[in-house]
Design a protein around this ligand. Structure first.
Ligand code: I6G
Length: 677
């Protein structure tokens, strides 16, 4: 064998192996070899192709990314129109659809439906000629789309050549290209840190990634294609049921939905819809509904089409997660530590089945990033359990009299001034507990589950007690009596008695809980625990100097200063002494055993929104592992967990070279630590 023949044989072998590994990894989700082996095979193939350029073919796995950016996308006419789907927004509309089909198919007792999630992405058409990918196009207007061949080639779930050999000579595969939620979040975090444009949702991110003239940019984006039908096929045969065609596509190398199911009758469809609706938040990708298709192709043919949609398919849509509304005003809320949060007051709008009239605007930076003004039409998004968010301004609808959002100079609740510390984006009221809002929030914090844990003394009740001047400081909680409480709050005798009993019970606490409940700035649960373990008594802690405090693990100069200021304030001294006098007590603190927790000594910042859990829960898990969770990024921060909406903290972390992880990486990390501990 000549060297060229030898190379040719090896190249063929390597391509087969690489394609097979790629298929197992991306389509079957069942990789057989570690990534390192895959990389070695690819490198060997690259080297051989470099030595023997005549062996390079366009479907080689090394040829996914082209070198030359396009000047513009060209228009392509689809071989068969890409239709749209009829929508159903209720079970009744779905039943009516099934009923209509029965009227046309009078000899079918119950219709079998193939069910798939409707991915929230971009519909594409992929043309295969003699098994080779020759063209990728967007749906466009259904008749004509844009040629995005260079870009679709970079997507690993799109085979450059079909597997096996029993495929039609001409095959047009259709599907949806989408960006998984995790990839979208990572992309936005990166964009924030680089100061480039963020995307409002994964669908826009997928669309933006596909509309790149330079395929290298598309390649760097986490895109997936899920095949959902065959548009045209010629010179070969296909199975006679839709679900079997999808299985066939899978064998040819395409990813199909892992949620594909076949059900019987409309009741089966309704059940499938509610099953997917329940799973929706936990799916790795966004979907906006489910699609039902008559499974038998002969019945599909009998049913035919109405105008631009098949009669045999319907999309049962979820309530939309994004809606347009008007920003009527911005209010400023004051938190426990005086932090001022701008809250968008929106023209009420139904989003995902819930009426939204408020959405957080986070801080000054976020307002600047959005470029939002009062009077603007905005897009609000409520995905999963996440707090509603303003994601975009529809600038084309900006009224002439749109007003700039002015941060107040005076606290919206009390007469104190507001200051914005340098290098922070957070504005604060400077009044401390004499500010009614901070008082309410600190009492709520004092009563909360992780602090004094007073069952039944929830936020609403605290607000009423403060408004009615029954409580002027946390110490007043312990002089509440059942009879006036029952009378004043119309709580009823029994609830009032229960509340007083819960207050009584909370007197037996622990020193770490008590310290945390005091609400000293930047003293979270982990710091409170570290302080208790170091000083053992409240008296010793109260007398400690800033210098001594900094001997406590993770207490830096800022926290030490906060503690000293707090303990030296005559108002706070009086409150603490009243609490002790009321009978708040805790068992003697024993010096801790030296057994270390896995995150002892680590300082972590959570920023942005988490999808799978609340920030409190994330924090509790970290604290239980020994970490200290703080609110601001500094050189002492070990790690930053950044979700969507992360702003200045993320940028600061990047500037300081601090490790930043997304929610997925965070979960994997704590899961591992918890399992090992
Ligand atoms: O837009 C679509 C999404 C998903 C579809 C579709 C689909 O199947 C799962 N199927 C058809 C036939 C069409 N649009 C026209």
């Amino acid at each position: 064998m000549s060297p060229l023949e030898k190379a040719q044989a090896r190249v063929r072998e390597l391509r087969e192996q690489i394609n097979e590994h790629n298929y197992r990894y991306h389509v079957l989700d069942d990789p057989e070899v570690p990534d390192a082996e895959y990389d070695r095979l690819t490198q060997e193939l690259q080297a051989l192709e470099a030595d023997f350029p005549s062996l390079v073919t366009s479907d080689s796995p090394t040829q996914r990314v082209g070198d030359t950016p396009l000047d513009a996308f060209t228009q392509v006419k689809h071989k068969a129109p890409m239709l749209s789907l009829e929508n159903a927004f209720s079970d009744q509309e779905l039943e009516a659809f099934d009923q209509r089909l029965h009227e046309r198919l009078d000899d079918v007792a119950e219709i079998e439906y193939a069910c798939e999630p409707k991915y929230d992405g971009i519909a594409v058409s992929l043309l295969y000629e003699n098994g080779k990918l020759t063209r990728g196009a967007t749906r466009g207007d259904g008749a004509t789309g844009e040629d995005i061949t260079q870009n679709v080639r970079t997507i690993n779930t799109i085979p450059l050549s079909l597997r096996g050999d029993r495929f039609p000579a001409l095959l047009e595969v259709r599907g949806e290209i989408y960006m998984p939620k995790a990839g979208f979040e990572k992309l936005n975090i990166q964009a924030l840190s680089e100061g480039t444009k963020t995307f409002a949702n994964p669908r826009n991110a997928a669309a933006g990634s596909l509309r790149q003239l330079d395929p290298k940019i598309t390649e760097a984006r986490p895109l997936i294609m899920c095949a959902y039908s065959v548009g045209v096929s010629d010179g070969g045969s296909l199975p006679d049921k839709h679900a079997d065609i999808l299985q066939q596509l899978r064998d040819w190398g395409f990813l199909i939905s892992e949620q594909l199911a076949v059900v019987s009758g409309v009741l089966g469809c309704v059940e499938y819809y509610s099953g997917i609706a329940e799973k929706r938040n936990g799916l790795a990708y966004e979907i906006d509904g489910v699609v039902f298709k008559v499974n038998r192709l002969d019945l599909q043919q009998q049913l035919g089409f109405v105008s631009r949609a098949p009669r045999w398919a319907i999309a049962r849509k979820f309530p939309a997660q994004e809606e347009m509304t008007v920003l009527n005003d911005v209010e400023f809320q004051v938190g426990r530590t005086g932090a001022i949060t701008p809250v968008a007051k929106l023209e009420p709008v139904l989003v995902g089945g819930v009426t939204i009239s408020n959405a957080s605007l986070h801080n000054k930076d976020e307002i600047a990033r959005l470029g939002v003004k009062i009077g603007d039409t905005v897009i609000v998004r409520r995905a999963g359990d996440v707090i509603p968010k303003v994601v975009k301004v529809v600038t084309s609808r900006r009224p002439e009299d749109a007003e700039e959002i002015q941060f107040p100079r005076i606290c919206p609740v009390c007469p104190a001034a507001i200051e914005i510390p340098e290098d922070e984006s957070i504005a604060r009221c400077t009044a401390g507990l004499s500010c009614g809002a901070q008082l309410k929030e600190s009492i709520k914090h004092f009563c909360s589950r992780q602090a004094m844990d007073i069952e039944g003394l929830g936020d609403k009740l605290v607000e009423q007690f403060v408004d009615q001047k029954l409580i002027k400081s946390v110490a007043d909680i312990y002089s509440l009596e059942a009879e006036p409480v029952a009378r004043l709050e119309r709580l009823g005798e029994k609830s009032a008695a229960n509340l007083v009993a819960a207050i009584e019970k909370s007197k037996n606490t622990t020193l770490p809980r008590f310290l945390y409940a005091l609400g000293i700035r930047e003293v979270g649960q982990a710091t409170a625990l570290a302080l208790a373990n170091y000083f053992l008594t409240l008296e010793l802690l109260a007398e400690a100097s800033e210098e001594e405090l900094q001997n406590v693990p993770d207490v830096g100069p800022v926290v030490a200063k906060n503690i000293v200021e707090f303990m030296h304030s005559s108002n706070n001294k009086a409150v603490i002494s009243a609490l002790l006098k009321a009978g708040v007590k805790w068992p003697k603190v024993e010096p801790p055993e030296v057994d270390q927790l896995p995150l002892d000594g680590q300082t972590i910042v959570l920023t942005g929104t988490l999808n799978s859990m609340s920030r409190d829960d994330a924090k509790a898990r970290l604290v239980a592992l020994g970490a200290k969770v703080v609110g601001s990024v500094s050189a002492k921060t070990d790690k930053v967990v950044a979700g969507p909406g992360a702003g200045s903290k993320l940028v600061k972390a990047q500037d300081l070279g601090i490790e930043v992880v997304d929610e997925d990486a965070f979960l994997a990390w704590v899961d591992e630590l918890e399992a090992a501990h």
